[in-house]
Every structure is written in C-alpha cells, then in structure tokens.
Design a protein around this ligand. Structure first.
Ligand code: MD3
Ligand code: FE
Length: 203
C-alpha cells in the first residue's frame, strides 16, 4: 500500500517486510564495528535514541553541535561499509516513489527503547536538498509526528509499523518532525525495541 502524505512524500506500507531478517542481520554486522551510542547535544542534554551509522558519512553530535563526519568519533575509524541489502532496499524504495537517481551516502541507525522518542526537529544538515530521505521502521511500532515549515504548525500523526518504508522528499523535505515515546509492548520480529534506518545523500 502506498499513502501519499504530500507531493514527493509517500509511505510504502510493509515494503521492507520480506527483507527484514536480512536487514536485522546487517544491522548486527554494523553494530559490531560501530556500536550504538547516545550522543550528547550542544545544550548539554543527551538524545533518547541510541545511534550509529554506516556508509561514507555518519551523523554525529557532541558539545560543539551536529554534523556529518567521515570518521566515527567513538572508534576513530571510518564508518562501516553500507551493507548491500541496505543500499538495494533504499534504491528500490526511492524508485518506487519516483526518485530514479537516489544513491545513499549515509545510513543512520536509530534504536528506540520503550519510552524513548525524538523531539520535533528539522533535518537541515544535508547539502543536497533535492535528494529524498528514505526511512525504514523495524520492530516496535511508533507514532511519527509530521509537522510543517514552522514549529507551530500542527502535527499529523502517522503510525509506522515493522517493515514500513517512508520516502520523504519534495517541498516537505524540511518539515518539522518527531517520534512520540515508543509504547512498550510484546516483541515484534524478536525486537523489544524499534530500529529506524534512514538513508541520505549528504553532499
Ligand atoms: C520528514 N528519525 O533521524 S525518520 C532523524 O524514526 C529522524 O528515527 C526519525 O527524524 C526516526 O532525523 C524519523 C523519518 C524522517 C526523516 C527525515 C525527515 C522523516 C522526515 C525530514 C523531513 C520530513
Ligand atoms: Fe529527523
């Protein structure tokens, strides 16, 4: 099923379900080389989701701010190579939504334990604004908050379940968005938490 949220933005319900076991194995492979960690924010807080990355660039945050970096600050090494299954899924999803040229340079892995969420924010650290962001949800469900161009715009709530893929592009690429705290519940696909993968063109 495909639900168009706005021009250039579409939910592909269950698009990643068949690939979920391979995606989860690939996540484990990445985590062995670049462990999950909770980043500090410039304002002295800590993000609730644990994160890591693969591919050429990884998103990092510390006391100095946010940026994409070619080195993992935890290990001092380059980020792990993006697993082929990540790349192929991201490219197929982008094509399904009409983006024929997409090739991910960065694969971010966010892990949300029950109770963890992500406050309303904009993604403005990518320099290629024409490129969409592809997101893949695995494990526990989440309620995505989809706002507008300003923080005050009321949010639409979009439920995201195991295997759902969302392609975010077009005029709403810079909309405010967030994740409500994950509700605890029985494990889904063996996961007592939620993983979100996001695939991006950075520069
Ligand atoms: C809509 N992650 O990593 S992914 C993030 O579920 C982030 O982990 C959330 O927001 C998560 O920055 C949501 C979906 C997403 C990503 C970027 C967007 C939706 C977006 C940019 C504009 C509009
Ligand atoms: Fe975001």
């Amino acid at each position: 099923t495909r639900q168009v949220l706005a021009p250039g933005a579409a939910v592909l319900g269950g698009f990643a379900k068949a690939d979920a076991p391979a995606l989860l194995q690939a996540i484990e492979d990445v985590l062995k080389q670049a462990p999950l960690r909770r980043y500090k924010t410039a304002r002295g807080g800590q993000l609730a989701a644990a994160m890591t990355a693969c591919g050429r660039y990884g998103w990092v945050s510390d006391g100095r701010g946010y940026r994409y970096d070619e080195l993992d600050p935890l290990t001092g090494r380059a980020w792990p190579t993006m697993p082929l299954i990540f790349q192929s899924l991201a490219v197929r999803a982008a094509q399904e939504a009409g983006y024929e040229q997409f090739m991910p340079q960065s694969g971010l892995i966010n892990r949300y334990a029950p109770g963890a969420g992500m406050g309303l924010h904009q993604d403005c650290d990518e320099q290629v604004v024409e490129a969409p962001i592809i997101s893949v949800s695995l494990g526990l469900s989440a309620i995505f908050q989809w706002g507008g161009a300003t923080r005050n715009t009321p949010c639409r709530k979009v439920p995201l379940h195991h295997g759902d893929v969302v392609v975010w592009g077009g005029p709403s690429r810079h909309n405010f968005h967030g994740i409500m705290p994950i509700k605890p519940g029985p494990a889904v696909a063996g996961l007592g938490w939620r993983y979100n993968l996001t695939f991006r063109t950075v520069r």
